[in-house]
Design a protein around this ligand. Structure first.
Ligand code: HAM
Length: 420
């Protein structure tokens, strides 16, 4: 027997039975984003590897271990995008979008060669925003407000907002120095991963999930004690904005994020309902990245939400009722079968919003009628030789009591306008 081929580990098909939840999330996110004046941007799935090395940082898990990179036929080093921020910045620089403030959003698949587990995949999807040209804490507040509105429209409560400030690079350098000497003093208690990061990327030690390290991390110096005046003011402004909007949050001084481009505000929305992979949305400010990628210095802030994780949360709520089609058109006999598709097209021309399935594949009246019923349609439309000859269709309600009636073909759209 020929062996079947399966999807790549960590990359998943999204089956029709799950698609309603994806569409609910995508549609509501789009409506909220457009409501706040964000414009969609679409960038390629593949970029120069250099772009991610220069933006995410060479000493990060993503760049060191997780990128799908390959040499193009002409020798260029390319990578599947592991996230969307770098591509958005590249596109904004390349197409001159930085002269005035821009609010952009995007959605699509991202790729990271992580160890797959529940909530962590190798191909996963993000919906993200990037705002360019606005330096104040008001826009940091806006992107948080926007996410809160999205949770409300999706009926998701109980998400925890954690925030922190990473200050500016000179402030981080002083902090980093203090942190390294503190961690050096506890060297014997660090695990292999943390020892590896101790000098290359010591802030990431704070992010360790190893419970043995908790006491060492709890006593470590805090970045928020090393902020300069401007960073402190920015953070205070951001917090005051959240307070004024009635948004609860927790300041987590250990929140350092896994990508190197951040400064000042960082935040994550977290749920306890999904186990260890509970961060459903994360982002922050990255005021130096545009210039590092060759653009004019431009402040920026953004976030991305993990679609699979939010869909998992939505799936644990009562399932949304997926409405069946409005009508299912049955045709019995050679003539009616040929005619049925054009009747359906005429009806769709008149009522493009009508959800109409036209039976294909033949079969007896009985078997077609069973399929109509199983589709969940409100009405079966029946076209036999007799109906076709008289220019009518039989209409039988499937979800309510009622006899089969007849409707003239040229009255069919009026019939549905009165009922659907
Ligand atoms: P990130 O924290 O790497 O940030 O990813 C954002 C979100 O994507 C995570 O909170 C999580 O929900 C989801 N996610 C990440 N990796 C996976 C995975 N392997 N499987 C499933 N879901 C995953 C960024 O990507 C930044 N670009 C966000 C940003 C935009 N910051 C500023 N602008």
């Amino acid at each position: 027997m020929t062996q079947t081929i399966q999807a790549i580990r960590g990359m998943h098909d999204i089956l029709p039975e799950r698609i309603a939840l994806w569409q609910t999330l995508e549609d509501r996110a789009r409506a909220v984003l457009e409501g706040y004046g964000y414009q969609e941007i679409r960038t390629p799935l593949v970029e120069m590897t250099d772009l991610f090395e220069r933006s995410i940082g060479e000493v990060t898990d993503i760049v060191e271990k997780e990128m799908y990179s390959f040499a193009d036929r002409n020798g260029d080093r390319l990578s599947l995008r592991p996230e969307g921020t770098a591509s958005c910045v590249r596109a904004a620089v390349e197409h001159g979008l930085l002269a005035t403030p821009h609010r952009l959003w995007y959605r699509g698949p991202m790729f990271r060669h992580e160890r797959p587990q529940q909530g962590r995949y190798r191909q996963f999807h993000q919906i993200g925003v990037e705002v360019f040209g606005l330096p104040g804490p008001d826009i940091d507040q806006e992107v948080v407000l926007l996410t809160r509105r999205l949770w409300h429209t999706l009926g998701l409560g109980k998400l925890r907002l954690e925030i922190n400030s990473l200050g500016e690079s000179d402030e981080r350098a002083v902090y980093r120095h203090e942190l390294v000497s503190y961690l050096e003093g506890h060297r014997e208690r660090l695990d292999e991963d943390s020892l590896r990061r101790l000098h290359s990327n010591p802030l990431r030690v704070l992010d360790s999930k190893n419970p043995d390290l908790e006491p060492v991390i709890a006593e470590a110096p805090r970045i928020t004690d090393y902020l300069g005046e401007a960073s402190r003011e920015h953070f205070a402004g951001f917090r005051a904005g959240l307070d004024a909007a009635g948004i609860d949050y927790v300041i987590n001084p250990r929140l350092v994020r896994g990508l190197d481009y951040y400064n000042r505000t960082v935040f994550e929305w977290i749920t306890d309902a999904l186990g260890t992979q509970g961060t459903v949305c994360a982002g922050g400010r990255y005021d130096t990245l545009v210039a590092r990628l060759g653009g004019r210095p431009t402040p920026a802030v953004g976030f991305a939400l993990g679609v699979e994780r939010l869909v998992a949360l939505l799936a644990s709520a009562p399932p949304p009722v997926t409405p069946g089609p409005d009508a299912y058109l049955i045709a019995v006999g050679d003539g009616p079968r040929t005619q049925a598709l054009s009747i359906a097209e005429t009806l769709r021309d008149a009522r493009p919003d009508l959800r109409l399935i036209c039976h294909c594949g033949g079969g007896s009246f009985k078997s077609q009628f069973k399929k109509a019923d199983r589709s969940g349609a409100r009405y079966a439309l029946v076209l036999g030789e007799d109906e076709a000859a008289r220019g009518v269709v039989g209409v039988k309600p499937l979800r309510a009591q009622g006899e089969q009636t007849e409707v003239a073909l040229d009255q069919l759209s009026d019939f549905f306008t009165a009922r659907c």
